[in-house]
Structures are given as structure tokens and as C-alpha cells.
Design a protein around this ligand. Structure first.
Ligand code: KIV
Length: 268
């Protein structure tokens, strides 16, 4: 069983992947991935949205439940969707609590900013483990004007480092570093005691995370910092086309897919 504390003492890099449904969670967990993130990336990856902003608490809660039912060993982290935190502190803590208490997550992840330091502290105080997330935070796409690299000048890099430190001080058990220069990620990793998990942040983080649909080659598009390790979309297309041909040719269903009951012969 992976625990938030266990991640801290790891010698090897931490592996983390997203999952949004039970069979995918089973595959990811059986492969020995340490952390399964029920990311709000479900919005782009599986729901046809062009951002994560429309994803709701209900979406994350129901998919977290599905993932939890498929996982035996990995730590399950539920991503808090846009506006489910950061507006009102009590509501933020209650929403995080719902993902733990009702959906069954082990921890929550929050796209972090100066406004989430106290919220993180409060959640940790009441017993909710929090993974922070700095650098590119896709829920801020409208303020940032896109999904570009973050922390590319000294002032911006210092702000990201400070934010990571503040969230560690507030009790975050880990910090995701997204789309920041590799040398900045290396510095933050050196500075923090808690593990960093990088995405588009170079090789020197304590762990790496990617979106499952990018990794298996299911999505139509993936970011430049991602990598495709399979062609599930191609294999799905092949299987669907083969099924269609078999139905049209009359070769499916075959005898082994059907059964005949004498008792219902000539029923009127
Ligand atoms: O939602 C998500 O999948 C994420 C990861 C990309 C870190 O936040």
C-alpha cells in the first residue's frame, strides 16, 4: 500500500498516472504505479471539453469512486475541480472532505496559489492530505492566456519556489511542478523536504506524472512534454472496424455466442 508518508522515503523515482475509470485504474495499479491521480484533466481527456474548467465536483467524485474500486495498492489522489476550492474556506474543506469520505480518495490535489496556503493548512489540520500543484496551473488558463511554460524569468521562478515552500510549510505532502524549466524544478526539488512530482519539468523531480490518454496513445493530441508509449486509439479503431465488418458479414454472432432453448421452439 502506498501512503503519503511512504512517498517521502522512496529511493526510486515516484511514478504517477491519471485514471478516470475502473478498468484503467486496475491496469495502472497492477503495473505498480505508485500514485493514481483522478485529474480534472478528465475534462479534456475524456469529456470532450477544451479545458478543465467545466469539470464539476460530481464528475470528480463519481470518477474517484470508480478508480478507488479498481485500485488495491496505489495512493489515490482526487483533483479538486475549478471553483470547488478557493472561494470560501469552509466550503473548500467540505468539498475536499467529500472526496475523501464519500468518494474514497486517499488525498486531494489543489492547483495552488497564494490563496490556497491557508486552505491547505486547514485541510491538513482536519486530516485531509494535500498535494500542491505549482507552475502551470491549467485552471488559470484564462488569466495566463494559454498553457505556456511558467517560471521562465527570475521573478516568476522565485514566486513559484516561494509558493512551493509555503505549501510545504502549510503541510502539503507533495508538490506537482508543471511545465517549468528543468533547472528550476531541480532547485525546488533540492529545497523541499517533501517529494516533487514533475510534468514537463525535467528529470530531476522526485517523480513524474503524465495523463493516461497521452501515455497509451488514446487522445488525438498531447502536449510536447508528454510521450506516447502505445497506440490504444489505433488498436480501438482496428477492433471496432473488425466488429462492424463481422456484423455486416454475418460472421458475428457465431454459434458459440448464441444459445438455443428447445423449450421455446415455436413459441406463439
Ligand atoms: O489534472 C491532471 O491530470 C493534472 C496532472 C496533469 C498533474 O493536474
Amino acid at each position: 500500500m502506498t501512503t503519503t508518508q511512504g512517498l517521502r522515503d522512496r529511493e526510486e523515482p515516484i511514478t504517477m498516472l491519471t485514471a478516470y475509470d475502473t478498468p484503467t485504474a486496475e491496469v495502472v495499479d497492477e503495473a505498480g504505479i505508485d500514485v493514481v491521480l483522478v485529474g480534472d484533466s478528465m475534462g479534456n481527456a475524456t469529456m470532450g471539453y477544451d479545458s478543465t474548467l467545466p469539470v464539476t465536483m460530481e464528475d470528480v467524485a463519481s470518477r474517484t469512486g470508480a478508480v478507488v474500486r479498481g485500485v488495491e495498492d496505489a495512493l489515490v489522489v482526487a483533483d479538486m475541480p475549478f471553483l470547488s476550492f478557493g472561494v470560501d474556506e469552509a466550503e473548500s474543506v467540505r468539498n475536499a472532505g467529500e472526496l475523501i469520505k464519500e468518494a474514497g480518495a486517499d488525498a486531494v490535489k489543489i492547483e495552488s496559489g497564494p490563496h490556497t496556503v491557508e486552505t491547505t493548512r486547514r485541510m491538513v489540520d482536519v486530516g485531509i492530505p494535500v498535494m500542491a500543484h505549482v507552475g502551470l496551473t491549467p485552471q488559470h488558463v484564462n488569466r495566463l492566456g494559454g498553457y505556456g511554460r511558467q517560471g521562465t524569468d527570475r521573478a516568476a521562478a522565485e514566486t513559484i519556489l516561494e509558493l512551493a515552500r509555503e505549501h510545504e510549510d502549510a503541510g502539503a505532502f507533495s508538490v506537482v511542478l508543471e511545465h517549468v524549466p528543468a533547472n528550476l524544478a531541480a532547485t525546488i526539488t533540492d529545497e523541499l523536504d517533501v517529494p516533487t512530482i514533475g510534468i514537463g519539468a525535467g528529470p530531476d523531480c522526485d517523480g513524474q506524472v503524465l495523463v493516461i490518454t497521452d501515455v497509451i496513445g488514446l487522445g488525438e493530441w498531447s502536449p510536447s512534454f508528454s510521450a506516447q508509449f502505445g497506440d490504444v486509439r489505433g488498436e480501438m479503431a482496428r477492433a471496432v472496424a473488425e466488429y462492424k465488418s463481422a456484423v455486416e458479414a454475418g460472421s458475428f454472432p457465431a454459434d458459440e455466442h448464441s444459445h438455443v432453448e428447445d423449450a421455446v421452439d415455436d413459441v406463439e
